[in-house]
Structure formats: C-alpha cells, structure tokens
Design a protein around this ligand. Structure first.
Ligand SMILES: [Zn+2]
Length: 498
C-alpha cells in the first residue's frame, strides 16, 4: 500500500487492476522469503530466521493444544469385603474350587461326631485283564482278598490254563464284611474265560461255586475271494479279510511269485481258521489255504498240510504225482544250445556250458526241481547267479539274473521262484543262462531227466485232495449260523463242527 501511495505522489494514479496488486504482493513475498527452505543456505541469516519461524510456529501449536489429560468415565460401585463374599457364594467359581462358598461353620457342642460311618452293603465294580496280566493279579488289584483269589484260581485254573485274553472284562461284586479290619468277600465274579466259555462264580450259602456257561462257537473256516485292484493287500482288506489272514497269505504267496507282478485282474482266494461265537466275537486263526488265479502266468494253489510230523505248504498242482523236470526254468524260448559256439561278446569260439533262454526282463525264474540253494550272489561272468544242489551229484545254475530271490542254504521246491531274468555279468541282453552240473562238471541240461518221488501218496494224498476240495467248496464270506436262532447259552451244548 505504501508503494502504491508513493507512486501516487508523482502522477495521478490509474485504477489498479486486481491482478496487478496480487502480483506485486507475490513479488514482495518472494523478495522477503517468509518460509525459506531449511535444506538450503544452511547457516545464513535467512536460514536462522526460517528456523526461528519454525520454532515459533511449533511453540504456538503446542501452546494452543488442548492437553493430554485422561478422559474420565463412569466406574462401578466398590464392593466391601462382606458384600464380595455374598456375591462370590453365588458365582460359579467356588464350584470349580470345591464349592467353597466362603462361609465356614464351626461345630458346636450340639454336633456329635459319628463313631462309625455306615458302609455300603455291596460294591459293584469292573476290572480288566491287562496285557501280560493274570486273573489273580487283576482280582487282587480290584480288592479281592488273597484267600478268595487262591480259591478262585484253584476252582477255574483248568478253564483258563491258556491264560485269559488281555482286555477281558471282569464283573465283580464284593459283599458285606463282618468287621472293618477284614476284606470284603467276593459275592460274584463273571467273565469270559475263552471264546467258547463264560464263567460265573457266586457265593450261595457262603461257599463259592462256579457255573460254566458254554458259548456256541462256529468253527467253519472263513473263505475270502476277490479281484486284485491296485494293491492285493488293500483289495483283500476291503473285502473283509482280517489283517492277520492277509499278512499270512502274502507270506505264503511271496515264496511263489513276485509280489510286484501281481496286478489288477488276478483273483485271490484265502481260507483261514475262523472261530465265531454266538455272541458275535470272532477269533482269526491260522491260514489254511492260499490261492491266486493269475490273469497271465502261473496260478498258485497252496495248501497247508501236516505229514510225517512236519507242517508245510504244498503247491496243490504238483503234489502226489511223479514228475519230470520242469520243461523250462523260465517262460521263454531256447535261444542258444549247449556246445561249442562263437561267444557273442568275447568274439572267439568257445564252449557254451549251458543253454540260454530268451525271456522278458523281470520274468520269474523257477527252480526246476527240489533242492538246497548252494550259492546265491554275484559270480563273475555269470552276474547274479543261483546254484541249487539237488542230490545224486546233480546241481543246476541260473545266471544273469536281475534280482535274486533265494538265499544260500534255503530249501526250494520245484517251481519255486528263485530270481528274475536280467542281463548282469557277461550278457548282451536279458536272458537266462541255465546250467546243469553232474559231480561238479557241466553237462548238457537236455541230456538229464529229473524225476522226483511223490511228496504225498496213498491215504495222505487222498486226505490232502479231500481237504483241498472242501476248502474250494466253501461259500465265500461269513457264514452266519447264529443269525436265525435266539441265544440260549446254558441249554445248548457247545458246537464244535469241523
Ligand atoms: Zn549262456
């Protein structure tokens, strides 16, 4: 304004345009520089003035701020100790702490303490037989007196000679005792001694007596059949085979075939001992029969049989007949015979001490007849090699295996898988090099014919065949003999059909 007035001294002032004075004000502010950049010209007079302006503005802002006092809110009324005790007795907390309501009453002379608290006339309880436990120990733990335990043990010892199954439940009733310093007498004990026997001990007239309750048991073996899907174990389990039976089945099968070669479409057939009580409990026993119908390859038909005091698994197809040697130890064609020939790798003519069978990589190799494995392992140009001693100075050798499925000293049967075709050692491709030794020297395998005596003969063989036919005639699945009848355990004798 003063600039404008000064200008007006000279000439008559022209009416200033609004844009004009605004521009002048801007020019003046630029010249004075009210808010200098504190990042530049540090230390100069203008910088200090800027700093002072900054402090001044901050101080003004702080001075004008409303302050940081807490905002007061409404609070509940304070409880006195007595009031709190009253409230606390109505809360759920004391219940958790043993219903301590905070109030305690001292007894006065009006209260007479009981000399003897009354006893319950009977105690009913359940005990359980643990693993590696005995009936006597379980009873003692439950509070049965030593005298009663000894009496019970002598009374039922014969029924539980095989031990009571772990997990068996004991229903116990302890009766009234004559005085406090004596143990309660056993009034009743009931438990399952075996799958087919229940025991009940009672004390009529003060003397323990035992009642044996037979439980009917169906001993019909269980047959399970099905088709192998992705896994033979899972397929068999899915069809209801007990795990124990499937495991036993696989142990038998693995001696006869490569588990990896069992695939979709093969049919398994399992017969196992199976005891089924009318109460619904079951007991799975030993495996009796293992069958495998292969979609391709040799089918397996194994029956457990005891002969001459030894229980063994017999391949049903081969039992009982006088047999020659297997036509070939592997499924394949003969590609090279015995005798002088040009060696395919070494290049010169030399003796070929066996015969070669061309076969697919991984095909199973079978023992040509029964014997004992004399060697199984790596053997120079033979690669993975198995030699079986057959008696009578004869031995057979199987070379170039990809995998060996026999161990030295093992007894093998005719047709048992001892390894798989490969190309280990001096070999140009997967094949089986098969040798026959007579008194240690190789001979032409085709020149010797093995015959073996029958494993079973006469009545033994007839019984074997009858048992096999019986198992194969079994209806698959669980045979529910008890479904129709109402249980009447004490009046029906124990069923023991075999
Ligand atoms: Zn060869």
């Amino acid at each position: 304004m003063s600039l404008w007035l000064a200008d007006s001294l000279g000439r008559a002032p022209a009416a200033p345009a609004p844009q004009d004075w605004r521009a002048r004000l801007r020019d003046w502010a630029d010249a004075v520089e009210l808010v200098p950049d504190l990042g530049q010209r540090v230390g100069s007079l203008i910088w200090f003035r800027g700093l002072a302006t900054c402090f001044g503005l901050c101080a003004t802002a702080l001075y004008l701020s409303p302050g940081f006092q807490p905002v007061p809110g409404a609070s509940g009324p304070m409880l006195s100790d007595a009031q709190y005790d009253e409230v606390r007795s109505q809360m759920i907390t004391p219940l958790a702490l043993g219903a301590d309501s905070g109030h305690r009453m001292g007894s006065t002379d009006a209260v007479q303490p009981l000399r003897q608290t009354p006893e319950r006339p009977q105690i009913e309880l359940n005990a359980q037989i643990g693993s590696s436990d005995t009936l006597a120990r379980a009873l003692s733990r439950a509070g049965v007196s030593g005298g009663d335990v000894a009496t019970i043990t002598s009374m039922v010892g014969g029924d539980i000679s095989g031990g009571v199954k772990p997990g068996t439940r004991l229903d116990i009733i302890l009766g009234r005792r004559a005085s406090r310093d004596r143990p309660r007498p056993l009034d009743k004990l009931a438990f399952r001694a075996r799958l087919d026997l229940g025991l009940e001990l009672t004390r009529p007239g003060g003397v323990l007596s035992v009642r044996r309750i037979p439980i009917r048991v169906d001993n019909t073996p269980l047959r399970i059949q099905g088709v192998v899907g992705d896994s033979i174990y899972q397929s068999a389990r899915a069809s209801g085979a007990p795990p124990k039976a499937v495991q036993a089945f696989l142990r038998v099968i693995v001696g006869q075939a490569d588990l990896g070669s069992i695939g979709a479409g093969d049919r398994y057939d399992i017969v196992t001992e199976y005891r089924r009580a009318e109460t619904g409990d079951v007991e799975v026993g030993d495996l009796l029969y293992a069958g495998l119908q292969r979609a391709r390859g040799k089918s397996i038909d194994m029956l457990k049989w005891t002969t001459g005091g030894r229980t063994e698994w017999f391949e049903a197809s081969g039992v009982g007949e006088r047999r020659g040697v297997l036509s070939a130890p592997v499924a394949g064609r003969m590609s090279s015979g015995f005798g002088q020939r040009r060696h395919p790798i070494l290049g010169y003519t030399r003796m070929h001490a066996g015969i070669d069978f061309a076969a697919r990589y991984g095909s199973p190799i079978y023992a040509v007849t029964d014997g004992v494995v004399a060697f199984a392992g790596r053997h120079g140009g033979h690669g993975n090699y198995v030699r079986i001693q057959h008696g009578g100075g004869l031995a057979t050798g199987y070379a170039h295996m990809s995998r060996i499925a026999a161990a030295p000293g093992q007894r093998v049967r005719r047709g048992q898988v001892i390894g798989y075709v490969g190309s280990t050692g001096l070999s140009t491709g997967p094949h089986l090099h098969y040798e026959l030794y007579r008194n240690g020297a190789t001979v032409n395998p085709l020149s010797v014919k093995f015959t073996t005596t029958a494993q079973l003969a006469g009545a033994d063989l007839a019984a074997f065949r009858a048992k096999l036919a019986q198992y194969k005639g079994l209806r698959a699945g669980q045979q529910d003999r008890f479904a129709q009848r109402s249980p009447a355990p004490s009046s029906v004798p124990v069923a023991s059909g075999k």
